[in-house]
Write a protein that binds this ligand. Structure first.
Ligand code: HEM
Length: 407
């Protein structure tokens, strides 16, 4: 599992990739992407031991081609951590898993089942600090709301919050464990085993009709020819649960950060609140919460003049593709009037395109709406809130906001 593919050195052919460090990518990914866009749009990042692809058209081509670029590969940290679920299988099995779940994440289902709960949770979290005049938004709001949403999506009680958060932290470390550290891997596997045990009792409660109107209730009540086995439900629950947490946290924080650092956008939002979905869409392009999608090369072949070898990892840089100057004029600038025909790739593309996109956009919209409604004069404390960082998840490490306290 941890074996590297036969060593083929690309270092000499990709001088920019050889010079970029993981730390630089973390601290200022967009600066590194700009260098790659200009001179090495397909590059071997030696420090990460993987290909980086930054052009919009190349990224789209890869994501649409599971035959040459697969998620179903042994040396995938997603598969090693979570096993065979939606994001580690292709073809008919992938279709079967996705089909059983997609109904619960369509726009109408999100409107009918999730909106009221998200708004209630957001307001409850704001109640806890609205009497003050400042708060650190990540800790006290953005990191909590998505977990509450996932708990209610699955029909799990709020008392599960702490347990799930701890498991989640182990999952996250294990999924980013590209150096295959054994201790991180073991902790990830232990958390996954605990999640399975916990989810199995939830499946049994759902089967007994005790958690109506939840994703689990819908999964266990499907007709025998489409119903997934309990193990398949547990495996796919892992990826849905994982997919809906840090991602949404980052979209909420990046949205508040963008509005707070762009007075014109803030002004227009004040005049016309219906602009919010458009603003959040531009945030998803400009500061993409998920910066990359990983694929594995299934056989040796040449990709636009670059020799890809079987087993190598290709990182489709969604955040970089969303700043491709050939596709998005003035790509580094925020422009909420951008024509929307050219879709950004923040939720990827192709068969694995994000299942929870509508839920994510709805959640971020409600979160931002509630914050600005409830905290008049909301601004960012810039001295304590550095810009977003990260080349996997991308968000501010801390975001302090202040407002005029109500008298
Ligand atoms: C702003 C929030 C979100 C962003 C930016 C985001 C982004 C993405 C991306 C880029 C992928 C493709 C990964 C790949 O191809 O390797 C993906 C897949 C996925 N996402 Fe999201 N996501 C978000 C929220 C959510 C939410 C709320 C859920 C859960 C309800 C979710 C569930 C999933 C699942 C299950 C997949 C795998 C789909 C498949 O393999 O067919 N995501 N997401």
């Amino acid at each position: 599992m941890t074996d590297q593919p036969d060593e083929v050195s690309h270092v000499a052919d990709y001088p920019i990739g050889a010079s970029i460090t993981e730390d630089e990518l973390f601290r200022d990914p967009y600066r590194q992407y700009a260098k790659l866009h200009a001179d090495e749009p397909v590059s071997w990042i030696a420090d990460l031991n993987m290909w980086y692809v930054v052009k919009y058209n190349h990224v789209t081509e890869i994501l649409m081609d599971p035959d040459r670029f697969t998620t179903a590969f042994d040396r995938s940290t997603v598969r090693d951590t979570f096993g065979d679920q939606m994001l580690s299988v292709e073809g008919s099995l992938h279709h079967k898993y996705r089909k059983t779940m997609r109904g619960s994440f369509r726009p109408k289902a999100v409107r009918d089942n999730a909106v009221a709960g998200i708004r209630a949770n957001a307001n409850e979290l704001i109640n806890a600090f609205s009497g003050q005049s400042e708060v650190e938004l990540r800790t006290h709001f953005a990191s909590i709301l998505p977990v509450l949403t996932m708990l209610s999506t699955f029909g799990l009680p709020r008392s599960d919050f702490d347990k799930l958060r701890v498991w989640y932290n182990s999952f996250e470390a294990s999924l980013a464990n590209f150096k295959w550290d054994e201790a991180i891997r073991r902790r990830g596997h232990e958390a996954v085993a605990a999640f399975h045990t916990h989810m199995q009792s939830a499946i049994e409660r759902a089967t007994a009709g005790e958690v109506p109107d939840s994703l689990l209730a819908s999964l266990v009540s499907q007709m025998p020819d489409t119903r997934l086995s309990d193990e398949e439900i547990r495996l796919n629950a892992l990826i849905v649960f994982f997919g809906g947490i840090s991602t949404v946290e980052a979209l909420i924080l990046n949205s508040v950060w963008m509005i707070g650092t762009h007075p014109q956008v803030h002004g227009r939002l004040g005049e016309d609140p219906s602009l919010l979905p458009r603003i959040i869409d531009e945030v998803a392009r400009w500061r993409s919460p998920v910066q990359s999608a990983i694929r594995h090369v299934t056989r040796d072949f040449e990709f636009h003049g670059h020799m890809f070898r079987e087993g190598e990892v290709v990182c489709c840089m969604l955040g970089a593709a969303n700043r491709d100057p050939a596709i998005f004029p003035d790509a580094d600038k925020v422009n909420i009037d951008r024509p929307r025909e050219q879709k950004h790739l923040a939720f990827a593309q192709g068969p694995h395109m994000c299942l929870g996109m509508h839920l994510a956009l709805t959640e971020a919209r409600i979160a931002v709406e509630c914050l600005y409604e409830r905290l008049p004069g909301l601004t960012i404390k810039m001295d304590k809130s550095p810009e977003p960082v990260g080349y996997e998840f991308h968000q501010p490490e801390a975001l302090y906001i202040e407002w005029k306290p109500s008298v």
